[in-house]
Ligand binder design. Sequence first.
Ligand SMILES: O=P(O)(O)OC[C@H]1O[C@H](OP(=O)(O)OP(=O)(O)O)[C@H](O)[C@@H]1O
Ligand SMILES: Nc1nc2[nH]cnc2c(=O)[nH]1
Length: 182
Amino acid sequence: MLEKDIKETFYSKEEIHERIAQLGKTLSEDYKDKNPLVVGILKGAVPFLTDLVREMNIPLEMDFMDVSSYGNTTVSSGEVKILKDLDTVVENRHLLIVEDIIDSGRTLNYLVNLLKYRQASSVKIVTLLDKPDGRVIDIEADYVGFEVPNEFVVGFGLDYAERYRNLPYIGVLKPEVYEKNS
Ligand SMILES: O=P(O)(O)OC[C@H]1O[C@H](OP(=O)(O)OP(=O)(O)O)[C@H](O)[C@@H]1O
Ligand SMILES: Nc1nc2[nH]cnc2c(=O)[nH]1
């Protein structure tokens, strides 16, 4: 059903699971004894976060924030808005922000500055995907799953107009899918 809209697969289900297992192992070593607060950024990071934390065999806590800069389009508005804030006080906590993708860098730049201002002990980023050619603000993730080219990708949490988040792999849509929507 969903497959018929996909032009090309960049990363398969198996490749993604293998990479998440490696990241979970590294993070378990780096965060042992730190009781990190794992901060998921809704909604795109949910599939990645739920797989990642199950590969981390250390004590940790989870919380979620929802911020928006894209609306229902493939173009960033440039303005980041908080739609849902954390429930947890982050002062003196080690934070690990979990994202599905860094593209322009605007979302993460905003979040890192905000959480540092709230006096977290440390703020690091793990992202499933990094799109370096999309960058407008100079910010890098501390842990990256895969690099992707400068194309609008969907799947494994990433949507187009709220669809395709449940695809178990990462790919790009056929051009006619956008034409139908415009
Ligand atoms: O580096 P940037 O250019 O800021 O782009 C990255 C952000 O864009 C997407 O979120 P979106 O606002 O589309 O929300 P969603 O996760 O709910 O789809 C993605 O989940 C990142 O949070
Ligand atoms: N679905 C999706 N959301 C994004 N947000 C920023 N870049 C992207 C992208 O390539 N795909």
